[in-house]
Write a protein that binds this ligand. Structure first.
Ligand SMILES: [Zn+2]
Length: 295
Protein backbone atom coordinates (compact mmCIF):
# COMPACT_ATOMS: atom_id res chain seq x y z
CA UNK A 1 0.00 0.00 0.00
CA UNK A 2 1.41 3.38 -0.93
CA UNK A 3 1.16 6.53 1.12
CA UNK A 4 -1.49 7.92 -1.25
CA UNK A 5 -4.01 5.13 -0.65
CA UNK A 6 -3.52 4.58 3.06
CA UNK A 7 -6.10 6.08 5.38
CA UNK A 8 -4.68 8.03 8.30
CA UNK A 9 -6.32 9.04 11.57
CA UNK A 10 -4.86 11.44 14.15
CA UNK A 11 -6.32 11.42 17.67
CA UNK A 12 -5.35 14.42 19.82
CA UNK A 13 -5.41 13.83 23.59
CA UNK A 14 -4.44 15.78 26.70
CA UNK A 15 -2.75 13.16 28.91
CA UNK A 16 -1.36 9.65 28.63
CA UNK A 17 -4.42 7.38 29.31
CA UNK A 18 -7.01 9.63 27.62
CA UNK A 19 -6.44 7.78 24.32
CA UNK A 20 -7.40 4.51 26.02
CA UNK A 21 -10.65 5.80 27.55
CA UNK A 22 -11.90 7.85 24.58
CA UNK A 23 -12.06 6.30 21.11
CA UNK A 24 -9.65 3.43 21.79
CA UNK A 25 -11.83 0.70 20.26
CA UNK A 26 -12.34 2.88 17.18
CA UNK A 27 -8.57 3.24 16.78
CA UNK A 28 -7.97 -0.51 17.25
CA UNK A 29 -10.60 -1.23 14.60
CA UNK A 30 -9.04 1.09 12.02
CA UNK A 31 -5.57 -0.30 12.76
CA UNK A 32 -6.94 -3.81 12.14
CA UNK A 33 -8.35 -2.61 8.83
CA UNK A 34 -4.95 -1.33 7.71
CA UNK A 35 -5.18 2.38 8.49
CA UNK A 36 -2.34 4.29 10.14
CA UNK A 37 -3.38 5.76 13.47
CA UNK A 38 -1.37 8.36 15.37
CA UNK A 39 -2.03 9.56 18.91
CA UNK A 40 -0.78 13.05 19.79
CA UNK A 41 -0.46 13.42 23.57
CA UNK A 42 -0.25 17.09 24.52
CA UNK A 43 1.25 16.69 28.00
CA UNK A 44 3.19 14.13 30.01
CA UNK A 45 0.52 13.88 32.70
CA UNK A 46 3.07 15.16 35.23
CA UNK A 47 0.45 16.60 37.59
CA UNK A 48 -1.87 13.61 37.59
CA UNK A 49 -2.55 11.51 40.67
CA UNK A 50 -2.16 7.83 41.41
CA UNK A 51 -5.74 6.65 40.98
CA UNK A 52 -5.11 2.94 41.57
CA UNK A 53 -5.08 2.28 45.35
CA UNK A 54 -2.79 -0.73 44.84
CA UNK A 55 -0.06 1.55 43.44
CA UNK A 56 -0.50 4.50 45.80
CA UNK A 57 3.02 4.22 47.24
CA UNK A 58 5.89 6.72 47.70
CA UNK A 59 8.16 4.92 45.21
CA UNK A 60 5.46 5.23 42.54
CA UNK A 61 4.76 8.92 43.25
CA UNK A 62 8.52 9.63 43.05
CA UNK A 63 8.82 8.33 39.49
CA UNK A 64 5.29 9.15 38.29
CA UNK A 65 6.17 11.09 35.09
CA UNK A 66 8.56 8.34 33.98
CA UNK A 67 6.09 5.60 34.89
CA UNK A 68 3.37 7.31 32.87
CA UNK A 69 5.66 7.41 29.83
CA UNK A 70 6.27 3.67 30.23
CA UNK A 71 2.54 3.01 30.62
CA UNK A 72 1.87 5.02 27.45
CA UNK A 73 4.38 2.89 25.55
CA UNK A 74 2.58 -0.30 26.60
CA UNK A 75 -0.85 1.11 25.71
CA UNK A 76 0.52 2.19 22.33
CA UNK A 77 1.66 -1.35 21.58
CA UNK A 78 -1.66 -2.86 22.68
CA UNK A 79 -3.66 -0.45 20.49
CA UNK A 80 -1.26 -0.85 17.55
CA UNK A 81 -0.99 2.90 17.09
CA UNK A 82 1.87 5.33 16.68
CA UNK A 83 2.19 7.98 19.38
CA UNK A 84 4.03 11.23 19.98
CA UNK A 85 4.18 13.61 22.94
CA UNK A 86 3.75 17.26 21.95
CA UNK A 87 5.94 18.28 24.88
CA UNK A 88 3.72 20.45 27.08
CA UNK A 89 3.49 20.29 30.89
CA UNK A 90 0.29 19.07 32.57
CA UNK A 91 -1.74 21.95 34.08
CA UNK A 92 -3.26 19.82 36.85
CA UNK A 93 -6.92 19.94 37.82
CA UNK A 94 -7.41 23.04 40.00
CA UNK A 95 -9.51 22.33 43.09
CA UNK A 96 -10.91 24.58 45.82
CA UNK A 97 -13.03 27.70 46.16
CA UNK A 98 -11.77 30.05 44.93
CA UNK A 99 -9.81 27.98 42.40
CA UNK A 100 -6.05 28.39 42.74
CA UNK A 101 -4.17 29.93 39.78
CA UNK A 102 -2.76 27.57 37.15
CA UNK A 103 0.93 26.72 37.63
CA UNK A 104 3.40 28.82 35.66
CA UNK A 105 4.48 27.35 32.32
CA UNK A 106 1.68 24.79 32.13
CA UNK A 107 -0.03 23.78 28.86
CA UNK A 108 -3.26 25.70 29.53
CA UNK A 109 -1.33 28.98 29.89
CA UNK A 110 0.66 28.71 26.64
CA UNK A 111 -0.73 31.21 24.08
CA UNK A 112 -2.86 29.48 21.46
CA UNK A 113 -0.69 30.30 18.43
CA UNK A 114 2.37 28.85 20.16
CA UNK A 115 0.52 25.91 21.76
CA UNK A 116 -0.86 24.76 18.38
CA UNK A 117 2.50 24.85 16.59
CA UNK A 118 3.70 21.30 17.40
CA UNK A 119 0.31 19.93 16.32
CA UNK A 120 0.41 21.87 13.04
CA UNK A 121 3.88 20.40 12.41
CA UNK A 122 2.62 16.88 13.20
CA UNK A 123 -0.41 17.25 10.91
CA UNK A 124 1.86 18.38 8.06
CA UNK A 125 4.22 15.45 8.64
CA UNK A 126 1.64 12.67 9.28
CA UNK A 127 -1.00 14.05 6.87
CA UNK A 128 -4.14 12.64 8.52
CA UNK A 129 -7.45 12.50 6.65
CA UNK A 130 -9.34 12.57 9.94
CA UNK A 131 -8.60 14.30 13.26
CA UNK A 132 -10.42 13.53 16.52
CA UNK A 133 -10.45 15.67 19.66
CA UNK A 134 -12.68 16.83 22.55
CA UNK A 135 -15.64 19.19 22.30
CA UNK A 136 -15.44 22.83 23.44
CA UNK A 137 -16.11 21.82 27.05
CA UNK A 138 -13.23 19.37 26.95
CA UNK A 139 -15.56 16.42 27.61
CA UNK A 140 -14.93 17.28 31.23
CA UNK A 141 -13.67 20.57 32.60
CA UNK A 142 -9.95 19.91 32.92
CA UNK A 143 -7.99 22.94 31.64
CA UNK A 144 -5.74 20.66 29.54
CA UNK A 145 -8.76 19.05 27.86
CA UNK A 146 -10.21 22.45 26.92
CA UNK A 147 -6.80 23.56 25.64
CA UNK A 148 -6.55 20.33 23.63
CA UNK A 149 -9.85 21.21 21.96
CA UNK A 150 -8.63 24.73 21.19
CA UNK A 151 -5.31 23.72 19.63
CA UNK A 152 -7.01 20.95 17.61
CA UNK A 153 -9.50 23.34 16.02
CA UNK A 154 -6.78 25.93 15.46
CA UNK A 155 -4.37 23.40 13.89
CA UNK A 156 -7.12 21.82 11.76
CA UNK A 157 -7.74 25.24 10.23
CA UNK A 158 -4.11 26.39 10.00
CA UNK A 159 -2.31 23.25 8.79
CA UNK A 160 -3.63 23.56 5.22
CA UNK A 161 -2.92 27.27 4.91
CA UNK A 162 0.48 28.05 3.31
CA UNK A 163 0.48 31.52 4.86
CA UNK A 164 0.30 30.21 8.43
CA UNK A 165 3.26 28.61 10.20
CA UNK A 166 5.25 28.63 6.89
CA UNK A 167 8.32 27.29 8.72
CA UNK A 168 6.54 24.10 9.83
CA UNK A 169 6.41 22.13 6.57
CA UNK A 170 4.26 21.61 3.50
CA UNK A 171 0.59 22.48 4.09
CA UNK A 172 -1.82 19.57 4.61
CA UNK A 173 -5.56 19.96 5.07
CA UNK A 174 -7.30 17.12 6.95
CA UNK A 175 -10.78 16.38 5.58
CA UNK A 176 -12.78 15.84 8.76
CA UNK A 177 -12.68 16.87 12.42
CA UNK A 178 -14.62 14.93 15.08
CA UNK A 179 -15.42 15.41 18.76
CA UNK A 180 -15.73 12.44 21.14
CA UNK A 181 -19.34 11.99 22.25
CA UNK A 182 -19.37 8.59 23.98
CA UNK A 183 -20.24 9.67 27.51
CA UNK A 184 -23.89 10.47 26.94
CA UNK A 185 -26.96 10.15 29.12
CA UNK A 186 -28.73 7.61 26.84
CA UNK A 187 -25.68 5.31 26.80
CA UNK A 188 -25.17 5.48 30.56
CA UNK A 189 -28.86 4.91 31.17
CA UNK A 190 -28.99 1.95 28.75
CA UNK A 191 -26.02 0.27 30.43
CA UNK A 192 -27.44 0.98 33.88
CA UNK A 193 -30.82 -0.54 33.05
CA UNK A 194 -29.30 -3.57 31.35
CA UNK A 195 -27.09 -4.30 34.37
CA UNK A 196 -30.06 -4.06 36.72
CA UNK A 197 -32.19 -6.25 34.43
CA UNK A 198 -29.49 -8.92 34.50
CA UNK A 199 -29.54 -8.89 38.31
CA UNK A 200 -26.20 -7.11 38.65
CA UNK A 201 -25.18 -3.99 40.53
CA UNK A 202 -24.91 -0.83 38.42
CA UNK A 203 -21.90 1.46 38.90
CA UNK A 204 -23.89 4.36 37.43
CA UNK A 205 -26.72 4.94 39.94
CA UNK A 206 -25.12 8.00 41.55
CA UNK A 207 -24.03 9.51 38.21
CA UNK A 208 -27.53 9.20 36.84
CA UNK A 209 -29.11 10.77 39.91
CA UNK A 210 -26.87 13.82 39.61
CA UNK A 211 -26.99 14.10 35.81
CA UNK A 212 -28.61 17.34 34.68
CA UNK A 213 -30.38 16.48 31.39
CA UNK A 214 -29.36 19.96 30.19
CA UNK A 215 -25.79 18.70 30.18
CA UNK A 216 -26.53 15.80 27.87
CA UNK A 217 -24.75 15.97 24.52
CA UNK A 218 -26.38 13.02 22.78
CA UNK A 219 -28.34 15.21 20.34
CA UNK A 220 -24.97 16.22 18.83
CA UNK A 221 -23.96 12.67 17.84
CA UNK A 222 -23.63 12.32 14.06
CA UNK A 223 -21.47 9.25 13.84
CA UNK A 224 -21.64 5.87 15.59
CA UNK A 225 -18.67 3.61 14.86
CA UNK A 226 -19.38 -0.11 15.49
CA UNK A 227 -16.33 -1.40 17.37
CA UNK A 228 -17.62 -3.84 20.02
CA UNK A 229 -15.18 -6.56 19.01
CA UNK A 230 -12.35 -4.20 20.05
CA UNK A 231 -13.70 -3.33 23.52
CA UNK A 232 -11.32 -5.90 25.01
CA UNK A 233 -8.37 -4.15 23.32
CA UNK A 234 -9.60 -0.85 24.77
CA UNK A 235 -9.76 -2.35 28.27
CA UNK A 236 -6.30 -3.91 27.95
CA UNK A 237 -4.86 -0.53 26.92
CA UNK A 238 -6.59 1.16 29.85
CA UNK A 239 -5.22 -1.38 32.30
CA UNK A 240 -1.73 -0.68 30.91
CA UNK A 241 -2.11 2.79 32.46
CA UNK A 242 -1.86 1.05 35.81
CA UNK A 243 -1.35 4.16 37.95
CA UNK A 244 -4.40 5.84 36.40
CA UNK A 245 -7.05 3.17 36.63
CA UNK A 246 -8.38 0.95 39.39
CA UNK A 247 -8.88 -2.49 37.82
CA UNK A 248 -11.61 -3.18 40.39
CA UNK A 249 -13.37 0.14 39.72
CA UNK A 250 -16.33 1.44 37.76
CA UNK A 251 -14.67 1.20 34.34
CA UNK A 252 -14.71 -2.57 34.44
CA UNK A 253 -17.89 -3.14 36.47
CA UNK A 254 -20.23 -3.69 33.51
CA UNK A 255 -19.82 -7.17 31.96
CA UNK A 256 -18.20 -7.08 28.51
CA UNK A 257 -20.90 -9.11 26.72
CA UNK A 258 -23.55 -6.76 28.06
CA UNK A 259 -21.63 -3.66 26.86
CA UNK A 260 -21.18 -5.25 23.44
CA UNK A 261 -24.87 -6.04 23.17
CA UNK A 262 -26.35 -2.85 24.63
CA UNK A 263 -24.04 -0.16 23.17
CA UNK A 264 -21.68 -1.61 20.52
CA UNK A 265 -20.44 1.75 19.19
CA UNK A 266 -18.19 4.67 20.05
CA UNK A 267 -19.92 7.92 19.19
CA UNK A 268 -18.77 11.20 17.69
CA UNK A 269 -19.90 14.57 16.43
CA UNK A 270 -18.69 15.57 12.97
CA UNK A 271 -17.55 19.13 13.73
CA UNK A 272 -15.91 20.11 10.41
CA UNK A 273 -16.04 18.38 7.04
CA UNK A 274 -14.54 19.24 3.67
CA UNK A 275 -15.98 16.14 1.98
CA UNK A 276 -19.42 15.17 0.86
CA UNK A 277 -20.59 12.65 3.47
CA UNK A 278 -24.20 12.68 4.64
CA UNK A 279 -24.87 12.20 8.37
CA UNK A 280 -25.73 10.10 10.26
CA UNK A 281 -22.79 7.89 9.37
CA UNK A 282 -20.97 4.91 10.89
CA UNK A 283 -17.43 5.47 9.63
CA UNK A 284 -14.97 8.30 10.39
CA UNK A 285 -13.57 7.85 6.86
CA UNK A 286 -16.97 8.10 5.13
CA UNK A 287 -16.61 10.25 2.03
CA UNK A 288 -12.83 9.84 2.07
CA UNK A 289 -12.30 6.15 1.25
CA UNK A 290 -13.26 6.38 -2.43
CA UNK A 291 -11.19 9.51 -2.99
CA UNK A 292 -8.12 8.00 -1.35
CA UNK A 293 -8.23 4.67 -3.18
CA UNK A 294 -8.75 6.13 -6.68
CA UNK A 295 -5.96 8.66 -6.30
ZN1 LIG B 1 -6.93 13.80 30.67
Amino acid sequence: MTDADQLRLLAVHAHPDDESSKGAATMAKYVAEGARVMVATCTGGERGSVLNPALDKPEVWERLPQIRTEEMARAREILGVEQEFLGFVDSGLPEGDPLPPLPEGCFALVPLEEAAAPLVALIRRFRPHVVTTYDERGGYPHPDHIKTHEISVHAFEAAGDPDRYPELGEPWQPSKLYYHMSFTLPRTRALHEAVLASGGESPYAEWLENWDPENDISHRVTTKVPCAEYFDVRDAALIAHATQIDPTGRWFAVPMDLQQRVWPTEDYELARSLVDAPVPEDDLFAGIRSEVTVR
